[in-house]
Design a protein around this ligand. Structure first.
Ligand code: ADP
Ligand code: MG
Length: 705
């Protein structure tokens, strides 16, 4: 037995049976600590039958039997198998076949006249009227004492080169057999209520699962093990997060006359959820520590006005605000929108992107530093070094998934810990939210402003292009414009470009003088002029690569065609679709796919077609592709978990995971409120839990009281 629970943190090389020459393989497969062996959990269960006698119905089954070895017939020609003949308890002759056999080894484990255990897949064929029983490379030949190890239900483990099932099973068995008493880190009543076993017991159960159902998240043993990981994760997030979030910041005044004037002159009324979001944000801004809030709302839900109202609150308190956006086009669009909305307010808004150069740039930087500029709208250029604010009180980040934590921190350093409002049109399912932020405050615009057009979505094969074009010919007018999106070609910006250029010239031939083209390689002035052709000029079709993805607002656009829609992420498709349906005419979205379409791809496109709700789509996406894509960039999806893996079992009910996550979040908060130092008996057990899951660095953030 191991001397103490801490022994589980030791290197697996200390386990008997893991020799130095294979150690690297085990480490690659399971991890480097002993506890990682225990967490290497099976993915399937299969049964092996113990047979005395074979019948044709056993063909292709996994069987184990007692074999008396009759003799060896080495391969006589290259490519022919080495044969061992044996006899089972019922007297049936069986052949064991080996290609590229090592004769001395086989002679040792299956000596003629010995009785041994043989296990493997039984094959059966009739030849010249007689039954032939064979095993090609049986899984096991060994002493009769091991019979019981090779019968009944057995777990199938993930493998890597250099380690086989037998080796994995044996090292797990060894480790389980040596477990010392482990202090319980979960609450007793909670365990009873959930019907969960202790940690060692749950591990034992999962490694002795008798059916596949015993491995699923609905099974108590699996639940307990996953929950442990989520609890450790949430504790760690909360410990670290509190340390970094409670930075002092300026407390802004409640909204005043500027805000009121703006609301009074708006051509519309704020929706109830916009009002609520405004209140939540306003309360944040009045706190004397840095706030960090996420404002999420589907495309077109009206986030901009909410952001502007927050910015006005900063200005009224004598501070500046900045709005950070991912692209130049979007910056300009926001600039025009905000200019228009704030005309009667007499505030100064400026724009700063890579395009503002020379004298103009100098002037902007000077005005920013003197405090003359109230709101600075810009791209990444804003975060760069020479940009100095007079007094930055609020930083707003639009389409936050396009920016990383680093950029957020850089932005933070531009003021005395300005309040931060992140906005996203890509809703983050609760699971991802908890996994990534633990506790970030969220406001949600879950309803759209009234009077929006519905968008009809159709999924079509690209083979039906002719039909689509015929349809367009009938529809297109100056009031019914079309976006035509060409896909990203993986790894190749050039191919990508070629596709878009070719499509544009193809369409130009059919619709002379009516086609404009934008793509990532154009200079921003060229982009803007193409956009202008589309919004105000003669171009009724805008062919684009995904540069139009975010934020573009053209009310006359009513048709969105997306080529090779199967290559896009669901979140992206949903965003693209949100570019239409913004005016008074009904709109449609055509998703053209290339053949052949995989079953998953088909499901994904169906999910988009069947729902206009970003949240529903985001959840479907999480299920079908895993977390990465939802946040727009792969790296920022789900953090790496040891036991919790949505992608493993895409058919499992999401609710189970959501519930476990939410429970873990709640319990972690409670624990840290009652025992912030984790010093009670249970607290110490929880410290062990954190160490087991490699969260020990979070322990240094424990606070007194
Ligand atoms: P997004 O959330 O995608 O950023 P926007 O802020 O661009 O959405 O808003 C989309 C459109 O809806 C804009 O034209 C905006 O003026 C309009 N809008 C916003 N709020 C309302 C409202 N309460 N009633 C009517 N229209 C609104
Ligand atoms: Mg927006």
């Amino acid at each position: 037995m191991f001397s103490s629970p801490d022994a589980l943190l030791n290197n697996i090389s200390l386990l008997p049976g893991i020799g130095p020459e294979r150690q690297a393989f085990y480490v690659r497969l399971m991890g480097e600590r002993i506890v990682d062996v225990l967490w290497h959990i099976p993915t399937n269960v299969q049964s092996r039958r113990l047979l005395q006698s074979f019948t044709p119905q056993h063909a292709d089954c996994l069987v184990t039997f007692e074999a008396k070895i009759l003799g060896h017939a080495p391969s006589r020609r290259y490519g022919k198998p080495y044969r061992i003949s044996a006899i089972n308890q019922d007297g049936q002759i069986v052949e064991l076949l080996f290609f590229r056999a090592r004769a001395p080894y086989l002679n040792k484990i299956a000596k003629t006249d010995d009785t041994v255990v043989v296990s493997g897949k039984l094959t059966f064929r009739k030849f010249l009227g007689a039954d032939h029983w064979q095993f090609v490379h049986p899984d096991f030949i060994g002493p009769i004492a091991q019979l019981n190890d090779w019968t009944g239900n057995e777990r199938i483990y993930p493998l890597t080169a250099g380690v086989n099932q037998g080796m994995v099973r044996s090292v797990i068995k060894t480790t389980l057999g040596r477990l010392p008493p482990i202090p319980e880190w979960l609450d007793d009543n909670f365990l009873k209520q959930k019907n969960w076993s202790s940690w060692p017991q749950a591990l034992y159960e999962i490694h002795h699962a008798q059916t596949l159902a015993n491995l699923e998240i609905t099974h108590p043993a699996k639940q307990r093990l996953v929950y442990d990981e989520l609890l450790a994760h949430q504790l760690s997030l909360l410990l670290t997060h509190r340390q970094t979030v409670n930075l002092p910041a300026v407390s802004l005044k409640p909204p005043g006359t500027l805000t009121k004037t703006l609301i009074d002159q708006l051509p519309f009324q704020l929706t109830p959820c916009q009002l609520q979001a405004c209140q939540e944000i306003s309360a944040d801004l009045q706190q004397d520590h840095q706030s960090l809030r996420l404002l999420q709302g589907d495309v077109g839900s009206g986030k901009t006005i909410v952001a502007l109202l927050a910015a006005l609150q900063a200005i009224e308190s004598g501070y500046q605000a900045t709005l950070l956006v991912p692209t130049d086009i979007l910056a300009r669009q926001h600039y025009h929108t905000l200019q228009r909305l704030t005309e009667p307010l007499n505030i100064v808004i400026a724009i700063l992107t890579g395009r503002e150069k020379g004298k103009l740039r100098k002037q902007i930087l000077a005005d920013l530093e003197s405090g003359k500029i109230n709101i600075l709208i810009g791209t990444h250029a804003v975060i760069q070094d020479p940009v100095t604010f007079h007094q930055l009180g609020l930083a707003i980040i639009d389409e936050q998934h396009r920016f990383g934590v680093k950029q957020r921190l850089a932005l933070s350093s531009k003021g005395l810990n300005p309040h931060i409002l992140s906005m996203t049109a890509t809703p983050i399912p609760r699971t991802l939210m908890l996994a990534n932020y633990g506790d970030m405050d969220v406001s949600t615009l879950h309803q759209k402003p009234p009077g929006r057009q519905t968008i009809t979505t159709r999924v079509l094969s690209i083979n039906r292009l002719e039909e689509v074009l015929d349809g367009l010919k009938r529809k297109i007018t100056d009031q019914e414009k079309v976006y035509w999106v060409c896909p990203l070609v993986e790894e190749s910006e050039t191919l990508d470009l070629t596709a878009a250029i070719e499509r544009a010239s193809f369409l130009s031939a059919l619709f002379p003088g009516q086609v404009a083209l934008v793509h990532g390689r154009l200079k921003s002035q060229e982009k803007e002029s193409a956009m202008e052709q589309f919004t105000q000029g003669p171009a009724n079709i805008l062919v684009a690569t995904t540069v139009i993805e975010v934020g573009i607002d053209v009310p006359t656009a009513t048709i969105m065609v997306i080529e090779h829609a199967e290559r896009f992420g669901l979140a992206q498709l949903h965003q693209l679709r949100g570019r239409v349906g913004r005016g008074t005419n009904p709109s449609s979205c055509l998703l053209l796919y290339g053949q052949p379409l995989s079953p998953i791809a088909r499901k994904r496109l169906a999910a988009i077609r069947d729902s206009n709700d970003g949240f529903v789509i985001a959840e479907a996406d999480l299920k079908l592709r895993g977390g990465g894509e939802i946040l727009g960039i792969r790296q920022s999806g789900l953090p790496k978990f040891r036991l919790f893996d949505l992608n493993d079992n895409p058919d499992e009910p999401m609710e189970e995971y959501n519930d476990l996550f939410a429970m873990a979040n709640k319990e972690a908060k409670q624990i840290l409120t009652n025992d912030p130092q984790l010093q009670s008996e249970r607290g110490q057990a929880l410290q062990l839990l954190l160490r087991l899951f490699k969260h020990e660095q979070a322990l240094q953030y424990r606070r007194s009281g």
